[in-house]
Design a protein around this ligand. Structure first.
Ligand SMILES: [Zn+2]
Length: 416
């Protein structure tokens, strides 16, 4: 018994050690989640069995090959301004996901010949959400300023109570948190069946997207492709153990992960039998550099798509309203708030009236002002007044939209 414990402990240390060295923290994270919550293990076993059964039963024919469109919300949790990545950078990541999952990249010609027939278009695509969980229009991006300077794979970025940003309902959205993860970690993901408040992927800011991206080895957005692969139930090719199983038939077994860019064929002496073609190091679920991972296989596609079958762990996402039309209107998009607050409301909170001040502290008189509640209902409006009387409002959060010096500004304030 003692020796078993020692072996298990050694194995877990090995897993942590491996992931401290390089890139993806998903395997270590998942072990921690399973240890903390035995019910999660049972739930995941059902999902896993479904994937295995269908993979065997169908062997070759997918039930449906319609394109699955996944709504995405990107939570940018930033401390410094450089971590507040642009919308354009975020869009390049969505594009990269679509290219990778759609087998649309020009570099797929680099897939070695014996593996080329296995590379597929997964018919899974992604788009930034247009509607938030409350029915309001959104850009699908939430910027959250935080005092935290660095993050670990402990999920704190997923909760506003710990300086992060709360998940949107993961039945209908893929949540992606972009934050300053510690340098040994590029990203990590949950597997299907996880706690809904934590469900999603976390990516280090400097490897997200394909522009404004500081990391040369990971500049093609493929860390996110890899982590979203996990979110869609794909495992590492080596099954996180020596010649382990990834639950997919057409990826050859391999001893462990590959890094950098390997030459084909990559055969490790004394390793698992992989029939002369060696490791599939160019698969998105290996650890090779972005420039050298190029494909998902048919078996991986099937394993991912099983989640969307009737009763599947991610089937609800097909019913998502997130890419339809918003049914409520707001005075402002949340994400414009941070950039339009060079004018300050004071006092804030206030009981009877509010005044306006510019960034130099000088009192200003707006050309026009409007006050809305959080549902976008116009409550007060006027022009050319030094202050706005808010005495009759019930206590709560409000937005003031003012016209001043030819520009519109929106400022949040609290009525006490
Ligand atoms: Zn991984």
């Amino acid at each position: 018994m003692k020796s078993v414990i020692v072996i298990v402990f050694t194995l877990l240390s090995f897993v942590s050690y491996v992931h401290a060295q390089k890139s993806c923290g998903t395997a270590g994270y998942w072990q921690e989640q399973l240890s903390a919550n035995p019910l999660l293990g049972e739930r995941y076993q059902h999902i896993s069995n479904a994937a295995n059964n269908i993979a065997k039963k169908e062997s070759g024919a997918l039930v449906s090959d319609l394109t699955i469109l996944i709504p995405v919300v990107v939570h940018v949790v930033y401390n410094s301004e450089s971590q507040r990545i642009s919308k354009a950078q975020i869009q390049t990541q969505i594009d990269a996901l679509n290219n990778d999952f759609g087998k649309l990249n020009a570099d797929t010609i680099n897939i070695p010949k014996p593996f080329a027939p296995l590379a597929v278009d997964c018919k899974i695509q992604f788009a930034l959400a247009k509607v938030d969980p409350d029915g309001y229009a959104t850009t699908g991006i939430v910027y959250t300023k935080t005092n935290e300077t660095g993050w670990k794979q402990d999920d704190k970025m997923k909760f506003s109570s710990s300086g992060g940003d709360d998940a949107w309902n993961s039945r209908y959205y893929l949540n992606i948190w972009v934050c300053n993860l510690s340098k040994s970690l590029l990203g990590y993901s949950t597997f299907p069946g996880s706690d809904v408040l934590k469900d999603g992927v976390v990516i280090r800011t400097d490897v997200f997207g394909t522009i404004g991206n500081e990391s040369t080895a990971y500049s093609r957005g493929r860390t996110t492709t890899h982590e979203v692969g996990h979110w869609l139930n794909l495992k590492h090719l080596w099954g996180d153990t020596d010649c382990g199983d990834d639950g997919v038939d057409d990826t050859p077994p391999q001893k462990t992960y590959n890094t950098g860019c390997s030459s084909f064929p990559k055969i490790t002496a004394g390793s698992c039998n992989n029939s002369g073609t060696g490791d599939m190091f160019m698969n998105y679920m290996d650890f090779s550099d972005d420039a050298c991972i190029l494909m998902f296989t048919y078996g991986q596609k099937q394993r991912m798509r099983t989640l969307f079958d009737s009763g599947g762990a991610r089937a609800d996402i097909l019913q998502s309203y997130a890419l339809k039309e918003a049914w409520k209107t707001k005075p402002v998009a949340e994400d414009t708030l941070a950039s339009t607050t060079s004018i300050i409301i004071y006092p804030n909170p206030s009981v009877n009236e509010i005044y306006f001040r510019d960034s130099d502290g000088k009192k200003i008189i707006p050309d026009e002002y409007r006050v809305y509640d959080v549902k976008g209902k116009l409550l007060i409006y006027g022009a050319k007044h030094a202050f706005v009387n808010i005495a009759r409002l019930t206590p709560g959060i409000y937005f003031s939209r003012i016209q001043y010096a030819g520009e519109q500004r929106v400022i949040k304030f609290v009525k006490n």
